[in-house]
Design a protein around this ligand. Structure first.
Ligand SMILES: Nc1ncnc2c1ncn2[C@@H]1O[C@H](COP(=O)(O)OP(=O)(O)O)[C@@H](O)[C@H]1O
Ligand SMILES: [Mg+2]
Length: 401
């Protein structure tokens, strides 16, 4: 019985419990340990039957079901919970994950998705000391970062791609980069990826979108970063409505621990939606007049939305590129806000890496730009910026405030 997963399910509705039970019974490695038709009794059932995994169907009563999930996570913290609901929208998923479910499947459950979810839960079982073992998604704890530039070619894609790759080096992270520069994005090119799907496919299929479909739609780079590219055909851009984008982002947040958006320079509604749904907005500029003036203008516009303005952090790219560049002090004075991060200039490494379609961590892992971007990834994930490369780093390049 070593490879058997012992499962207990709760679903007050016979109409949905029976197909779910039949599906579970059709899986050879599943042992149906207990079946319960009342949320109120399920804690006791779970305690007595001590299953490896529980399945909680939400639709009979979402409120009671979520309460049960919360109670289960408190009373049996090591027990993985799989939530099932016909309401597969981002909000329902987030609610279930926030309550403590580890996985969410949209009803009617499809065998293949059930199997992958069970596999992930098996891989992500909590260790005896209570620390969760690395597992697919983060739900509540996801970090969403928008990268927006103050003019073309300022380095957004370079920063977004390399930040994403660096974040993906932590095995506890599950990172996705979404190319929201819908017309001219090139994140896929920067990583030499030939994706099967783009954001347009995901937006078009929004009604049948669930986590499994979404995960399959992203293209994974060898370094661990998942990428959802911009639409291939320009005319497909109009397929992406704001409401759909919001739903896609919510679903992605439920599936990935860090999301990075590479935004356009055109201040579209897509850009604004993405920024509003982000935790951090990295505004990339360079130490020259056009770029800094645009920063001032952009900050002014962001200032009309206090919640958005609060999230904006200034990143100065290509520091040291030019002898005549504006000093950092002068830049901060002009902008009226401290610089959050400085990324040094390394023309050769960056151009070489972009042309090779390789991230810096593969192409030039020791160059100063990469070292600074590792630091940025560390800071954004709440770590010591100097966690890696500590000895090699020149402190001058970090001005984290
Ligand atoms: N820190 C850097 N040092 C040297 N070159 C850089 C740096 N950041 C970006 N570049 C170069 O600048 C160019 C434009 O960068 P890109 O990331 O495509 O900008 P954006 O997405 O803002 O249009 C690229 O050719 C890239 O190689
Ligand atoms: Mg770009």
């Amino acid at each position: 019985m070593k490879d058997v997963q012992r499962i207990a399910i709760v679903d007050p509705s016979d109409a949905t419990r029976e197909p779910l039970r039949n599906l579970l019974l059709s899986v050879e490695s599943v042992w149906l340990e207990a079946e319960c038709s009342r949320y109120e009794f399920f804690i006791d059932v779970a305690k007595q039957s001590a299953p490896d995994l529980v399945v909680v169907a939400l639709d009979a009563d979402h409120g009671k079901a979520l309460q049960l999930i919360q109670q289960l996570t408190v009373e049996i913290p090591t027990l993985p919970i799989l939530a099932v609901s016909a309401r597969g929208d981002g909000n329902s998923i987030l609610q279930a994950l926030r309550a403590g479910a580890k996985e969410f499947l949209t009803a009617p459950v499809v065998l293949e998705e059930l199997l992958t979810a069970m596999q992930r839960l098996r891989a992500g079982r909590v260790s005896p000391d209570g620390t969760p073992v690395a597992n697919g998604h983060a739900g509540l704890h996801s970090l969403v970062v928008s990268v927006i530039g103050s003019r073309g070619g300022v380095g957004c894609t370079s920063i977004a791609v390399n930040l994403g790759c660096n974040l993906a080096q932590d095995t506890n992270h599950n990172v996705a980069l979404i190319d929201l520069d819908l017309a001219l994005g090139d994140a896929d090119v920067a990583l030499d990826l030939v994706p099967d799907y783009t954001l347009a496919d995901v937006a078009l299929n929004i009604d049948r979108l669930d986590m499994a479909f979404l995960r399959r739609s992203l293209c994974k780079h060898a370094c661990g970063l998942s990428v959802l590219p911009h639409p291939v055909q320009m005319e497909d851009i109009s397929l992406i409505q704001e409401e759909q984008l919001g739903r896609v982002i919510n679903l992605l947040r439920a599936s990935y621990s860090q999301l990075i958006f590479d935004l356009s320079k055109r201040f579209t509604t897509t850009d604004l939606t993405a920024m509003r749904m982000s935790d951090v907005v990295l505004l990339v500029c360079q130490l020259e007049l056009t770029s800094l003036r645009n920063v001032v203008r952009m900050l002014h516009t962001f200032g009309q939305d206090a919640a958005l303005a609060e999230k904006v952090k200034i990143v100065v790219n290509r520091v040291g590129a030019d002898d005549g560049e504006i000093t950092l002090e002068k830049a901060e004075e002009t902008i009226g806000q401290p610089v959050f991060w400085q990324v040094p200039n390394d023309y050769k490494a960056m151009l070489g890496s972009r042309n090779a379609g390789e991230p810096l961590l593969v192409h030039s892992p020791k160059c100063k730009t990469q070292i600074s971007l590792v630091g940025l990834a560390n800071v954004l994930s709440g770590k010591d910026p100097l966690q890696r490369h500590a000895k090699k780093e020149r402190r001058g390049f970090f001005s984290f405030r």
